[in-house]
Design a protein around this ligand. Structure first.
Ligand code: ADP
Length: 758
């Protein structure tokens, strides 16, 4: 049950707010009460102080005073402890408060009424009535919130006084009664006005507070929105900056790529072929600046503008890519070959053509050069092949000439006949030498000459070489001297036959071109350690010398100092060219010092490996039991057959000849032989195949020595691969034949057992 009558203004509030406003009113009431707590005791003291004992000590009065003070103290407790009691039960608090207030006002009213009855118009009753009016005036403000309370307060305080006045008849109810009523009417009117104002202002305050809160909240949310917006703006700004930076970077990247491409890139408009964009390479290829190129027609470059335009039309029609080659003219007039790939594209919203042009001038030139080089190499190989074949074809009949002249010289001949036969022989040998030179030269040129290195005694090699030329020099009355460094290592690894060939050529020339005086050959060691030795070879003569004008082409093939030389001294003009190339292959260079009429000095230096042990193969000894050895000769050329049979007979062998491989197989089947001399090239079954068959059919290894006119590298390997044991190249001398036979028949002789211990 609520003790509060709601003022209509409160209806504008929510129930919660309404409660709050009512609570605050009560709180205000408690605060006002605390402030005015001494009002009743003080007023009581004033009235009591001014009254006579009869009144002051009256039983009723004392009782009223006691009630007044007690109820006032009680209200004081309610006011002071508002926070504790009110929330627990607002209705009870209000009931207790209002009850004690009404008791106080009633007690005061009774006290005042008693003063009037007991003392009449005394000082005490005057003060009591006056103070009562003050209380009532004050109450009209203080308790206006509840009109019911205010009314009860007025009634409680004024009723005892009105009764007292009526009892005091002599005073009458006339003037004071009318004044009192007027006052009460005022008090009531004032109370009502206060009542309205109180609630209106309370509700307004609450509403204001409410609005204020709303406003604050709105402000806060506005602030938050603004913050969020600011944040967003910041992020967007940063994003934008990053995107802009990315864009700038990628723009730079594309430009770098566009400008660094190795081909010219041109973008042009189809109408008028106007160039819109080019890269740096385009400027380089065509020799124009960028400004000059932009706005120019691409047809400027083409040698045939009509064809250029036709190409553009084709690209437009097909869209491309269209690849073609053409020639363009640079700004400086130079013509270049270009490979073009063109296609259409959209450039800045307009149709355009993209052309990627590559300068292939150099490439084409290289291709042509390569082609020319290939052709030249093929021709050179063909030439080498031809030379090798030719020399083979010549060597075969030469073998016959030399062999037969050898045999002829062994027969009874007149002086004149002997002279002819010797000339035939020496001419054939000279011709053979020329052929060998040509062959060597073509081998070197074709890069087919491999130096075969063996272990040699260098001093021995040089001595023997000089020995060969000694008779010629002696015949001319020239001193041929040899000086060998004493410190020469015992054995060296060297391409001995080629070194001998060079020395023979140089010493031979020296002897040939010296009429009197001397030829000196020197070998000096210029440097050495445990593994390598560097040797200097010098051939010096006191001959005719070489004219300065000839020196530059001295080592070029087929040249001689002057045309008359060849007639006077013979020679092909190949010797020095070959020697120089051989020395170069060995890692050196021939130098020449000469003065016309005074002599010539040839000099070269080479480094060789020092060998630890001598070559074993040269150390073997052979014994030959000629009468017991039977030799089968396989040779299809009848002249050569005759020569070999004669040579073998002269050496004391029993020999039989057959003309092809089939006959060899048959002969071996029928008789036993100790060795076969096998020509490699025979009609039908050739030497290689025959050997293979023999090796397959007979477990016992019969020595087979190849006879071949092929002097090219690889022949030896081919023969050995086929199963042959050795190799003699045609034409050969009797001495060479004997040496080889000795090697293979030495240990075969039953009459002379091998020296080797069993
Ligand atoms: P050839 O086989 O014709 O002698 P070379 O190449 O060996 O060819 O020599 C070329 C030419 O160099 C000779 O014909 C000769 O004119 C000149 N010549 C070479 N060696 C000597 C030398 N020791 N003294 C003078 N002239 C030389």
């Amino acid at each position: 049950m609520s003790t509060v009558v709601l003022h209509p203004a409160l209806l504008a509030l929510d129930p919660e707010d309404r409660e709050e406003v009512i609570r605050r009113r009560a709180e205000n009431l408690a605060a006002d009460t605390r402030r005015g707590l001494l009002a009743f005791p003080l007023a009581l003291a004033i009235v009591v102080g001014s009254a006579e004992d009869s009144y002051r000590l009256g039983g009723f009065f004392l009782a009223s005073a006691a009630i007044l003070l007690t109820s006032t103290v009680f209200r004081g407790v309610l006011a002071w402890q508002f926070k504790r009691f009110f929330p627990a039960s607002p209705d009870r608090w209000r009931l207790l408060f209002e009850s004690s207030l009404l008791i106080s006002s009633l007690a005061w009213g009774i006290g005042t009424g008693l003063a009037l009855v007991t003392t009449g118009f005394s000082t005490a009753s005057f003060l009591a009535v006056t103070i009562s009016t003050a209380f009532l005036a004050h109450a009209s403000s203080m308790y206006a919130a509840s009109l019911r309370l205010l009314s009860a307060y007025i009634v409680a305080m004024t009723t005892p006084m009105a009764v007292a006045l009526l009892v005091q008849n002599e005073i009458g109810a006339g003037l004071p009664g009318i004044g009192g009523l007027c006052f009460l009417t005022y008090i009531w009117a004032h109370g009502r006005a206060q009542h309205e104002a109180t609630w209106k202002s309370a509700v307004d305050a609450r509403l204001l507070e409410f609005r204020n809160r709303e406003l604050t909240e709105a402000h806060a949310s506005l602030q938050a929105t603004r913050d969020a917006l600011e944040e967003e703006v910041l992020i967007r700004t940063k994003d934008y900056e990053r995107v802009a930076a990315d864009l700038r970077q990628s723009e730079r990247d594309y430009r770098v790529i566009f400008e660094s491409v190795h081909d010219a890139i041109l973008i042009f408009r189809p109408e008028g072929e106007v160039i819109l964009k080019v890269n740096r390479r385009a400027c380089e290829i065509y020799g124009y600046s960028r400004d000059e190129l932009i706005g120019r027609s691409v047809v400027t470059f083409t040698l045939e503008p009509s064809r250029g335009k036709r190409r553009i039309a084709e690209v437009l029609e097909s869209g491309g890519p269209l690849a073609f080659r053409t020639r363009h003219r640079r700004r400086d007039g130079q013509e270049i070959d270009v490979a073009i790939i063109a296609s259409t594209l959209e450039y800045r919203g307009e149709p355009a053509i993209l052309s990627v042009n590559r300068d292939v001038t150099e490439e084409l030139r290289n291709q042509e050069l390569r082609l020319a080089k290939d052709t030249a190499e093929r021709a050179n190989r063909a030439k080498s092949g031809f030379l090798a074949n030719m020399s083979h074809e010549i060597r075969t009949p030469m073998a016959g000439v030399i062999g037969l002249s050898d045999l002829m010289l062994k027969t009874e001949l007149s002086q004149r006949q002997r002279g002819y036969a010797e000339t035939v022989r020496s001419s054939a040998l000279a011709l053979l030498e020329v052929i060998d030179d040509i062959l060597d030269f073509s081998k070197i040129e074709a890069g087919k000459l491999n130096l075969e290195r063996t272990v040699v005694d260098m001093a021995d090699l040089v001595e023997r070489t000089v020995e060969i030329l000694q008779p010629g020099a002696a015949a001319k009355g020239i001193a041929l001297q040899l000086h060998l460094d004493e410190r020469l290592p015992g054995h060296l690894v060297a391409p001995s036959s080629r070194l001998r060939q060079v020395l023979l050529n140089l010493i031979g020339n020296a002897v040939k071109f010296t009429e009197d005086g001397e030829v000196e050959v020197r070998v000096d060691m210029t440097a050495a350690d445990a593994e390598l030795a560097r040797l200097a070879f010098t051939v010096r003569d006191t001959g005719i010398g070489i004219p300065q004008s000839v020196l530059p082409r001295l080592f070029t093939p087929f040249t001689q100092a002057d045309a008359s030389t060849s007639r006077r001294f013979g020679g092909s003009g190949l010797g020095l060219a070959i020697s120089q190339q051989l020395v170069a292959l060995m890692g050196g260079k021939i130098e020449v010092d000469t003065a016309e009429g005074e002599g010539t000095r040839f000099h070269f230096e080479l480094t060789f490996e020092v060998a630890t042990a001598p070559d074993e193969t040269t150390a073997s000894t052979y014994r030959l039991g000629r009468a017991n050895a039977r030799i089968l000769v396989a040779e299809d050329n009848p002249v050569n057959q005759l020569v070999i049979l004669e040579q073998l007979g002269a050496l004391g062998f029993y020999a039989e000849a057959v003309a092809d491989g089939e006959e060899v197989l048959r002969a071996v089947e029928a008789e036993s032989f100790d060795l076969i001399l096998m020509d490699c090239q025979m009609p039908g079954l050739d030497g290689y195949e025959t050997t293979r068959r023999l090796r397959d059919s007979y477990p016992e290894r019969l020595p087979i020595v190849a006879l071949t006119a092929h002097a090219m590298k690889g022949d030896r390997e081919r023969c050995l691969d086929a199963g042959m044991d050795d190799y003699i190249s045609k034409p050969f001398t009797e001495a060479r034949l004997e040496k080889t036979l000795r090697r293979w028949l030495g240990q075969k002789s039953p009459s002379t057992p091998p020296v080797v211990a069993q």
